[in-house]
Design a protein around this ligand. Sequence first.
Ligand code: CS2
Length: 527
Amino acid sequence: MSAFLSCHSGGASGAASAPPLRLSRAQLDAVPRGVHRPRFDPAALRPGILHLGCGSFHRAHQAFLTQQAIEAEHSAAASGQRHARPPAWGIVAASLMTPGTVQALAPQDGLYTVLERGPGEVRASIVGSLSRLVFVPDEPLALGQTFADPALRIVTLTITASGYFQDPLTGRLDAQHASVQQDLRLAQPATAIGVLVEGLRQRRARGFPAPVVLSCDNLPSNGQRLRQACIDFAALRDDRLAAWIAGQVQFPSTMVDRIVPVTTAQDREQAARTLGLVDAAPVSAELFSQWVIEHFEGERPRWDAVGAQYVPDVGPWESSKLRLLNGGHLAIACLGLLAGCATVADAMALPGFSAYALRFMLDEQKPTLPPSDHDIHAYARQLLARWRSRGIAHQLERVARDASTKLDSRLLASLRDNRQAGRPAPCTVLAIAAWMRCAACLNDAGEPIELTDPLHETLRRAAAGTQANPARMVDAFLGIKAVFGEDLPGNDSLRRSLTRAVSLLQQRGARGAVMACVAGTLLDGDE
Ligand code: CS2
């Protein structure tokens, strides 16, 4: 596996004035020994997987583990045969909306560096599992060719919640969504769901078996959601296709976990120093990585040989990850942004934030988890250590991105459970109030916060003019049905709790409010 390294400088060419060369297959031999290189010939790798949404998370998680799985299988098969071909699990990595990653990776033959940051150490590995890169708008026919290859056996996706176009209240595809409507008019669809359904249509038309489709997004029951989105989309075109998808395509749910911050100029500099080559698209990640996959039938890379777990029901893993990790992240992000912090580690270093996060996880999220034998206390302690890790500069603005689509599964689902059980949840209420305050895009010191959100305009309108009046502000936000549904806006006790929390944030700032919450002076409901 990856070797530990100490960074060094210098270009591969050796000539002081020559510009450093770019990472590519031709330069692999020039990479220093301390850096892990693919243990197979990336040029000989034939594709077997299509990935939609080629962002940093995919490259630091599924593509990285797939490389290790290929190596595990290849070294077993190749012992004694020097020229054995690597198993056909190369990834066709497709970006649907932004060309940046594909453009950066193309001159590098798809190769890039993963910098795994642990306490006081960085491991560098070059990943060669991306066998083809596609920016879909530039190559509209490329994915058709991929689906037409019977060697395609698995499709994976990281498209975020907003890529599913699902009505949060019904869980069904929002057929009126402008992107869905546009896809229905196009011969070559542009959305991930449209592309996937079109690819499945072609498989059916050719009489090929359907690939297994694995959602790798942080959503509850992500496999079922993706299945429903595909069936609903297909039904808008052809009921028989919808029935075939329902009957023939497996959509196992998965839980994916690895903290992957946005790549920075420092990451690129570190990759260049380490490799002696320019890598325009390295990714930085924590050492921790987890992948839990629901059982399915069919071929797959040896993911289980490199740490992935197959289980009959992903539910317990998914709930604790969404509610403790992602919910905790969102709470820390909203409060940390108001407090003027840039990263998760910065926020976790503020007084009271660790105690707040622990209370949020153990007192408010843990009681809402499905029964399991998982050690949730150990999980929560491990999360605190992961969040405090100084090596990982995980931007709060990135965690809070698209927060309106994350609130439901990370904070509101447990809030509903807690209210039903009569359990107060002041930490959760404070996090939601902080999210409302963040929508005004100013922190406690009056400095700007940069947030992107599909409901940006709606949020801005709710925040406009209500800043001075917490009760009006809470009413304006609770009225957003796409976030709070039909039930929560009418809940007077919640309205009062949120109003108290917004007032507290106004008066004492996020730092003071967190301290008050930890001290037990922020009340929720009629406790
Ligand atoms: C984060 C996740 O941005 C977010 O919503 O909570 O990206 C988180 O870092 C990953 O899910 C960790 O596996």
